[in-house]
Write a protein that binds this ligand. Structure first.
Ligand SMILES: C[S@@+](CC[C@H](N)C(=O)[O-])C[C@H]1O[C@@H](n2cnc3c(N)ncnc32)[C@H](O)[C@@H]1O
Length: 273
């Protein structure tokens, strides 16, 4: 059986049959206190000022674009770009009721449809994990940022995902496979080096860990039960191992002792003046 991981999901939402799942997933995530906490921190680090022109690469439903527009005021402009037409339509719908200075573009992070140096700030939240060519996308973010402008990328590091089970070996195999199903499961801890290699200035990195003890909520986004079945189909775990693993996780949830954790890295830098 092939161990090669399947790839789709957020890498190409429009290709998926259940696009509503991805919309719901972003809605759910944005309502979590952890997400709100780390997003506040990313906005602080970006140091947005009135009048700034800011870009959000992989803007999803556009929630960050709206939040950034509040910070830069009526003389600035917040621009969201996404590969998915579904996401751009949703983002446009959600900004209809506001008169904030926002605009949305359908486009690809690997070839941004913007002029050199046209933004003061450039931001991407959980987009790079889904990109086939993250170096190209980072080069594009740097190109469209003006001299002295700040860039920030935040990503969960799927190599840091832990789930408490007594089946340590099976859990390890499953989580390694799961990380490999993403285009860039380990991008979060590679970005610091990439920022340095691209000769950005004032590069800094911070981490924040999301700890979850709510299986239902976590599974609705992470889909552990379905994921281990995909691992089974690819010969990574046996049917018996998958059955035991799911039975344990569900029992842990019923008995209120489920725990998983995932660390996010926030990497920030400045384009030299
Ligand atoms: C996990 S979502 C995050 C959305 C948003 N940044 C947020 O924080 O809610 C990842 C987003 O990246 C978009 N995306 C994936 N590949 C892309 C690409 N090549 N160019 C632009 N956007 C892309 C997806 O369509 C999706 O909206």
């Amino acid at each position: 059986m092939s161990r090669q991981a399947p790839r789709a999901g957020f890498t190409d939402v429009d290709w998926e049959t259940d696009r509503e799942f991805y919309v719901r997933c972003l809605e759910y995530q944005s309502s979590s206190p952890f997400t709100q906490m780390y997003k506040r921190r990313t906005f602080d680090l970006l140091d947005m000022r009135p009048g700034h022109r800011v870009l959000d690469v992989g803007c999803g439903l556009g929630q960050d674009v709206l939040a950034m527009a509040e910070l830069i005021g009526p003389t600035g402009e917040a621009v969201g770009l996404d590969l998915s037409r579904t996401m751009i339509e949703e983002a446009r719908k959600r900004s209809q009721a506001t008169d904030l200075p926002v605009s949305y573009y359908h486009g690809d992070a690997h070839g941004l449809p913007f002029a050199d140096g046209s933004f003061d700030r450039c931001h991407a939240d959980r987009t790079f994990q889904h990109l086939p060519h993250p170096e190209r996308a980072l080069a594009e973010m740097i190109r469209v940022t003006g001299p002295g402008g700040k860039l920030l990328i935040v990503e969960p590091d799927h190599e840091t995902l832990v789930i408490d089970t007594p089946y340590r070996e099976v859990t390890r195999r499953f989580l390694a496979f799961r990380s490999d199903t993403l285009a860039q499961g380990d991008i979060a801890h590679r970005l610091y080096r990439m920022f340095k290699e691209f000769r950005l200035a004032d590069v800094a990195v911070e981490a924040a860990t999301q700890v979850s003890t709510d299986y239902e909520a976590t599974n609705s986004v992470m889909r552990f039960d379905g994921g281990i079945r995909v691992a089974q189909e690819h010969g990574v775990v046996t049917e018996e191992e998958a059955d035991r693993w799911v039975a344990y996780i569900e029992e842990a949830a019923r008995e209120d002792r489920f725990l998983c954790a995932l660390t996010y890295f926030i990497t920030v830098g400045r384009k030299p003046a």
